[in-house]
Design a protein around this ligand. Structure first.
Ligand SMILES: NC(=O)c1ccc[n+]([C@@H]2O[C@H](COP(=O)([O-])OP(=O)(O)OC[C@H]3O[C@@H](n4cnc5c(N)ncnc54)[C@H](OP(=O)(O)O)[C@@H]3O)[C@@H](O)[C@H]2O)c1
Length: 230
């Protein structure tokens, strides 16, 4: 049985990732800030009590990441999905705040690096050896046509650089590292005007993840498999 470790599974894309991997027979290590209030996630866990495990994790808290790494030290993690994310609602040039900038960087960018540092051995001893970060097309410098969202864009561009650098550094261990864009998805973050459902996004993401090899490491793909320029 393959094991996937996912961050931010209380709702949105993370919850659907946990749900679909569980239904597909995977062992799912589903992390979220507060499992006690994650009612839908609890339902998934009750449906698959032998294969879905809930763990509390605020990805902005590096001590919590280290504690979870110690708790799960004997596990093999085939796929780590860094999904937890946060974006300020409105951020034109006039109303950028540097508090939101720091929060975006900590959750959207630094967490990917810290998770890789802490779970390196669990990934290296697995069969699939894959790290995926749910980034955003908004982090593409080449495809920035619409401006605004300074902190969110900068945090996603930062995580893209972290992903690329990890892909180089972890290649000798055979670990594949990629950034994925989930599409514009109807979630709390994406809003109701978004273009695709969470089910469509996650089905696509899982297909892309399922095809990843060393040849795709250090690259950036959308949920439909198209490559996005950095
Ligand atoms: N929706 C889109 O259109 C879209 C487009 C591009 C990229 N993305 C990316 O996709 C990922 C998932 O977004 P979503 O649309 O599913 O958003 P969402 O519905 O707002 O869900 C965000 C998830 O991240 C979790 N989270 C936030 N801060 C956290 C922290 N410090 N520690 C642990 N978990 C934390 C939330 O947990 P709580 O319930 O505890 O707050 C929630 O589970 C994000 O990385 C986002 O940037 C989304």
């Amino acid at each position: 049985m393959s094991t996937v470790l996912i961050t931010g599974t209380s709702r949105g894309i993370g919850l659907e990732l946990a749900t679909q991997y569980a239904a597909d027979g995977w062992c799912v290590l589903a992390t979220c800030r507060n499992p006690k209030t994650a009612k839908v996630l609890q339902k998934v866990q009750r449906q698959y009590p032998d294969t879905v495990y809930l763990h509390a994790l605020d990805v902005g808290d590096h001590e919590q990441i280290e504690r979870l790494g110690t708790f799960l030290r004997e596990e093999s993690v085939d796929i780590l999905i860094n999904n937890a994310g946060w974006g300020e609602k409105c951020a034109t040039l006039a109303d950028v705040t540097y508090e939101s900038w720091e929060k975006s960087m900590r959750i959207n960018a630094y967490a990917t690096l810290k998770m890789a540092q802490v779970f390196l051995e669990q990934l290296a001893r697995s069969r699939k050896k894959t790290i995926v970060t749910i980034s955003s097309q908004m982090g593409s410098i080449a495809q920035n046509y619409s401006g605004t969202r300074y902190a969110y864009r900068a945090s996603k561009a930062t995580v893209n650089m972290i992903v690329k650098t990890l892909s180089v550094d972890l290649s000798p261990k055979g670990i594949v590292v990629t950034s994925l864009h989930p599409g514009w998805v109807k979630t709390d973050l994406g809003g109701s005007r978004a273009l695709i459902s969470v089910q469509e996004s996650v089905s696509g993401l899982r297909q892309v993840i399922g095809r990843l090899t060393q040849a795709e490491s250090g690259r950036f793909f959308a949920y439909d498999g198209t490559e996005i320029p950095w």
